[in-house]
Design a protein around this ligand. Sequence first.
Ligand code: ADP
Length: 690
Amino acid sequence: MEAPSALPISSPPAPDWASLVDLQTRLNTILDFEALVQEALRESAAFSGAARAVILFTDDVAATEDSVIRPVGVTGYVPATLRSLRETIAFSTHDADPAIAAWSRREVYHDAAHEALRSLVTAVEMQAWVGLPIVVRGMLMGALILDLPELPAAPVVAWLKSLANSIGVALRNARLHSQATSSLNARMNELAILQRIDLELSEQIHASHVFDMTLDWVLRYTGSNAGTIAVYDEDSDVLKFVAEIGYEAPEATRTMVRNAADGGIAKRVAHSARSELIPDVSNDPDFAPVSTVMRSHLSVPVMKEDRVIAVISVESRKLNHFNDDHLTFVERLAARAGNAMDNARLFSQTSSEREKLANILLNITDVVVVFNAEDRLVLMNQSAYPVLRLYTDGKYEGQSAEAVLEGTDLLPVYTEARKLQDTISQELQMPNGRTYSAHLSFHSHVGCIIVLQDITEAKETDQLKNELIATVSHDLKQPLTVMQGYLELLLMSTQMEGRPLEYVRAAQRSIANMRGLIDDLLSLAKIESGIQLNMRALDLKTILDRCISDLGASAEMKSISIKLDVPDGLMVQGDHLSLGQIFNNLIGNAVKYTPPEGKVTVNCERRGDVVVVTVADTGLGISPEDQAKIFNRFYRVRRPETEMIDGTGLGLAIVKRLVELHRGHIGVDSRLGEGSRFIVTLSAGKDPEI
Ligand code: ADP
């Protein structure tokens, strides 16, 4: 093919179809739209000999029927001139213009009389011209306009028509390519932002940072003028605005406006759990006009599982500002922020709980000390320092129990509790001269928790009370002895029988009961005021034999057999008098609460370091509810069977205190109507009996 530029004007060469194929191939390799337009203009002008060529092309290559076509290239035009041309001139493919009408019929249009496309023709200063439709996939997508005075010969027109369509295909491809590239770029950009967001959010633990950062990103990405994040509590239906950007009104006004609108669009979104894109807020009845210049709005719910936990809202001064891309982005961001917001919420909840606990611990007057399973100090409150004689500015965390408790009576108790892995409650005198009730308990995952309660005042009051009881009881005993003496004299000096004898015996029984009560009261008062035990190794059999022989008469009266089963030489560590009192009470109760012909069995055995003594009977038994109370002072079981049995309700209280003073344990195992078993555990005797 000869060079087209060498041909005379308005005499295009005979069409060379092979060169058209070459040209098509070349045009198709150009993917840049603007470069392609320039190349197509150049080739068309050169081939046709036109002084000027114009390409009209559609804005939207995906459009089907009705599209807009505008000039995308004019030979010799610089980009700036072209841009203003593009912005000002556009035609609809449904326009009644004769040229467009011809193109719609797929015909070539020849204009010599300035009838068609006036605006364009005037702007580009063309006289007579030929317009060829650009048809791609059966759709009119534009036109190739050549500044030619006459319509060329039919084969040339056919060639030019093909060229126009080839230009159309190449332009469409280039536009699709640039659209795909720009949407890919936008997507990559979005992904990069989301990735950064993920990274930054995962590092944020404070709620306010998470909210501020999220809102900032949303505003920047969507090009909004203002925005808010409000956390939503489904249970109370309350929306709380926690982050705000871009509103000028003072906080009080903002709150007032939002309250008046009952939370506005954000609240509606919180209820529906659906995003909303409002192109024109003036049509929305729920819009809260915090700023009156805002025209469009976008609200997206932040979900955690199926609950709305917050709402992200952004607003723009432009009408119809938000598009689907903005919506998708904010929804993606909300999905990410949801987890971070929930984590931040949980964190702030946990930290405020921790703070609360720490404050409580700091301010309670009880001493709290916690050692872990490795015997190391993990926690200690303020009250502990003076009680343990520690320096208030010392660093004790991580130190051993031995170091922290050194020189106090708490250390041996802690060591023992640790050995037994059991709970121990005990009264202790601490180095500051005060008395504490110490409670040591072991918890898996924590270690040993020690709580010391200052009972000095209570002890002093108790002491006073005990002294009072002791004095009063002693003063009561005196007249009783006198009365007892006179009654005995009366019996000896007077021959009595019948009613008078019954009266005297009843008076004697009452005096005996009262003496029993006074003895018990005195004994309890003595124990509670802190009796000194004379601890040594004692032969258990001797003690128990003595008790059984003391109780022999009452057992015999009811034909109750008492069986003692104790290995010879079994030694127990204890105070002689107290042990006598313990077993006298227990065996005495067994006889007292067992009907005639019953059996009482006392069994003793050594188990490792301890001696276990069981006093079992075949008596009335004790209900589970009563078992929990029988060791309380003055508690007596009220049942028809026990009504006729005398007692003070102090016996078991005394027994329990004495056993505890021996650092032993007492328990009961009983069934109503089947008998009872009282089990006492004491330390085995260490030294030979003196
Ligand atoms: P009391 O002086 O009433 O015997 P205790 O303190 O010794 O007081 O006992 C408290 C209560 O426990 C008694 O009232 C009795 O109901 C019950 N109890 C004690 N030992 C036995 C037992 N071996 N069998 C049945 N009930 C018993």
